[in-house]
Design a protein around this ligand. Structure first.
Ligand SMILES: [Zn+2]
Length: 161
C-alpha cells in the first residue's frame, strides 16, 4: 500500500503491515497483520516500535503471551530507537537531535527496518520523512494484557496442526 502525506515522501508499507500511524492498539495491529502470515512463505515479522520507552519484563511477557494465544504472528520484535553520538560515542534511547551526554548535534538516529537496526541517515527520503514520522504517531505501547486483548482465539496456524 502506498502511504505518505505528499507524493514527495510517499512510501510502501512493508509486507502486509497496516499503516504505521493507524489508530489501533498493538495487539490489534499484530492480530490484523498476522492474518496473512501463513500465506507468506519467505517469512514475516511485526515490529512493536517503542521509541525511547523501556517496557518492563512483565509487560513484554504479557504481550508475547497474548500474541502467541490470540494471533497467527510468525515473528514479533519489540524495537526501541537510539541516538548515537559521533562526538563522544554515547548511545541514548530514542531519536534525539542532540547528544544527551555532551550536547553535540553530531548525532544519528538508529532504528529497525525489516529485521535489523540501521542508521536513519542512510534511509531513502520516503522512509525517513514519510514512514518514520508515521511510526512515531502510531500506538505501539507495550502494556500488560487487560486493555490490549481484543481478539477471539485465532484460527490455528496450518503448520501447527
Ligand atoms: Zn556526545
Amino acid at each position: 500500500m502506498v502511504r505518505g502525506e505528499t507524493t514527495d515522501v510517499a512510501f510502501y508499507t512493508n509486507s502486509v503491515h497496516i499503516s504505521a500511524d493507524a489508530p489501533v492498539n498493538l495487539v490489534e495491529r499484530i492480530r490484523l497483520q498476522s492474518m496473512y502470515h501463513s500465506l507468506i512463505e519467505s517469512g514475516a515479522i511485526i515490529h512493536a516500535f517503542v521509541g525511547e520507552e523501556r517496557p518492563d519484563a512483565q509487560s513484554i511477557a504479557a504481550l508475547i503471551t497474548d500474541v502467541f494465544h490470540r494471533t497467527q504472528a510468525a515473528q514479533v520484535t519489540v524495537s526501541p530507537e537510539f541516538t548515537y553520538c559521533n562526538s563522544c560515542q554515547f548511545i541514548d534511547r530514542g531519536i534525539k537531535s542532540t547528544c544527551g551526554k555532551c550536547g553535540s548535534d553530531n548525532v544519528v538516529g538508529e532504528t529497525r527496518v525489516v529485521g535489523y537496526f540501521s542508521k536513519i541517515q542512510n534511509w531513502n527520503k520516503s522512509k525517513r520523512f514519510g514512514e518514520l514520522p508515521a511510526r512515531q504517531r502510531g500506538n505501539y505501547a507495550v502494556t500488560a494484557g487487560d486493555d490490549a486483548v481484543v481478539a477471539e482465539p485465532a484460527v490455528p496456524h496450518p503448520a501447527a496442526t
